[in-house]
Design a protein around this ligand. Sequence first.
Ligand code: 5RP
Length: 249
Amino acid sequence: MVAESNSKTVPATTRAQSCLELAQTGANQAMAPSSDAKKRQAALAALELVPRGSTIGVGTGSTVNLFIAALAADPGRVLRAVSSSQASSELLRQAGVAILDLNETADLELYIDGADEATPARHLIKGGGGALTREKIVAAAARRFVCIVDDAKVVDTLGRFPLPIEVIPMARTLVARELAARGGRAVWREGCVTDNGNHILDVHGLAIPDPVALECELDQLAGVVTVGLFAVRPADLLLIGTATGVERR
Ligand code: 5RP
């Protein structure tokens, strides 16, 4: 079986932006649009957790972009950051934050990032923006992972949002066949090349009753670089923007 493709065109902005747009040309399009106001509330609540003058990890996506905008309006709050994408690094530099290489830092106190889906147990699906590999690395290096979402992303069971998987390009169809054997329909996010030079499969229809077990199982497939399940290392705190304020879980 060959992984289906969900796009024939490649809009060129930044790579992460392009990967996000390509993801949204598929079934993700059917999801209700997220509320910017709710995302902003979550982003501002995260800012309150950041000590002045700190070095933190910063993720990728539209919710994180609102967090970075809040940093720009609060000079000196974050002096240095390890970023999960070239797109976020660019915005952080514009906000006056110096970008560090993870290899040159000790563990980070705090990592702020968004998610595509989150459960009350703080298990996540991430990778809608195509930055899942670096996101997982920075999350692993952080003592505390604070995830900022709007309430439309909170689900009881993960899997409505197609699961992004970063694969080595030559293994794309091999991995797609393995996923088909597990009941998943892998759609190649054609045109999206990750910051690591790899491809993304968006996997529809997977049942995910046990995210930790599935993450461990899919991690073993030859050619898989990163599975967009963040369950082995879940978020430590979810900040959920709602119509009535920010919920903490
Ligand atoms: C990028 C991600 C993002 O955190 C996720 O896609 C959520 O994005 P947004 O804040 O734009 O809804 O995992 O790889």
